[in-house]
Design a protein around this ligand. Structure first.
Ligand SMILES: [Ca+2]
Ligand SMILES: [Ca+2]
Length: 110
């Protein structure tokens, strides 16, 4: 998302606005969402939602990663959405960390 240059984006030099960039990010002049990353550019700045968040950079909301097929849960795991992230737990009968390893059903001794 781009914001257009305005007087806040440039330093005032002898009553003229010179094309000297101001780093809005480090000066906290940006209006990026708290869950976005600010990136300084010449004459403006950009905001991009952080991983786990979606939006235009100024408003970021939780992304439901479980609806995206590329989530990293094991095929034998359930994906559970959380705010700003998600996690995986092995389905019933499987054991492991939920991400890369949900190994076959546990052996039961009869
Ligand atoms: Ca800038
Ligand atoms: Ca999420």
């Amino acid at each position: 998302m781009r914001t257009w240059p305005d007087s806040k984006s440039f330093k005032k030099v002898h009553a003229y606005y010179a094309l000297i960039d101001i780093d809005e990010c480090s000066r906290n002049l940006d209006n990026c969402d708290v869950n976005a990353d600010c990136s300084n550019e010449d004459g403006y700045f950009t905001c991009r939602c952080s991983n786990g968040w979606i939006g235009n950079g100024f408003n970021c909301t939780n992304e439901d990663e479980c609806t995206v097929p590329s989530h990293a849960c094991d095929t034998n795991a359930e994906c559970i959405d959380s705010i700003g992230s998600y996690y995986c737990t092995c389905k019933e009968g499987y054991y492991g960390d939920g991400w890369s390893k949900c190994k076959g059903k546990q052996q039961t001794i009869k």
